[in-house]
Design a protein around this ligand. Structure first.
Ligand code: 5RP
Length: 233
């Protein structure tokens, strides 16, 4: 749960995104609290307008939540989703994103990058007006590689800290992703070219994915403001 202002922003952004949904679409559903608001509105729209949509999911959380609202999931097959709608932890001035606050970034990147249209919904607290000097980026890593990956990361000039993401409660030890992997949160300083950094982190053996979304930037970013309006960038 965020502040009341950020909840208003999430709702405004989700409302604008639901307007983009058309009958018959295959949707890509991202993960997180903003996407849950979108799912609520989508389920209402499907009911009210008597339209039919299916969705590919990016996490177990989204699968369970959307199913509880009566939406029908299909596996990601050969057909690309028509429209992916996802949240973000940070929108950078060059329109790159940092994602993975919910440790769903591996499946999110697959669905978002392969979709015909990729739309991001955020409240305005997520948007950086100037490039931040320090940014934390999550990596999804095979458990057997974790210590070697951490060692390699610490050798990179831009890496200031590396931590294994700990489970928030209900389970001892590290977060284990929907894919059975662990998450390393990496603090980066002074990155200028996010595309280059996305590739660089991806090339480390044992790293399945990172939370930098720069190689495919969103087609639309819908920013919900505290007053409930939406800005499009
Ligand atoms: C999950 C994500 C989410 O999209 C991101 O963390 C934003 O979540 P929220 O809408 O709850 O702020 O990347 O891995």
């Amino acid at each position: 749960m965020g502040s009341r202002a950020s909840e208003a922003g999430k709702l405004a952004a989700a409302k604008a995104a639901v307007e983009l949904v058309k009958d018959g679409m295959l949707l890509g559903l991202g993960s997180g609290s903003t996407v849950r608001v979108f799912i609520d509105l989508l389920a209402e729209k499907v009911q009210k307008e008597n339209i039919s949509v299916t969705f590919c999911s990016t996490s177990l959380d989204t699968s369970f939540y959307a199913a509880s609202k009566g939406l029908r999931e299909v596996p990601l097959g050969e057909d690309p989703p028509d429209l992916a709608v996802d949240g973000a932890d940070l929108v950078l001035p060059d329109r790159s994103l940092i994602k993975g606050g919910g440790a769903a970034h591996l499946r999110e990147k697959v669905v978002d990058y392969f979709s015909k249209e990729f739309v991001v919904i955020v409240d305005e607290t997520k948007v950086a007006k100037t490039a931040p000097a320090v940014v934390s980026v999550p990596l999804e890593v095979h458990p057997m590689a974790a210590r070697q990956v951490a060692r390699r990361l610490r050798e990179l000039a831009e890496v200031k800290d590396v931590r294994v993401r700990a489970s928030g409660g209900g389970k001892l030890g590290p977060v284990v992703t929907d894919n059975g992997n662990i998450v390393l949160d990496v603090v980066l300083e002074g990155v200028v070219d996010w595309r280059e950094e996305e590739v660089r982190l991806k090339l480390i053996p044992g790293v399945f994915e990172n939370g930098i979304f720069a190689l495919r930037r969103p087609d639309k970013i819908l920013i919900g403001t505290t007053s409930g309006t939406t800005l499009f960038i």
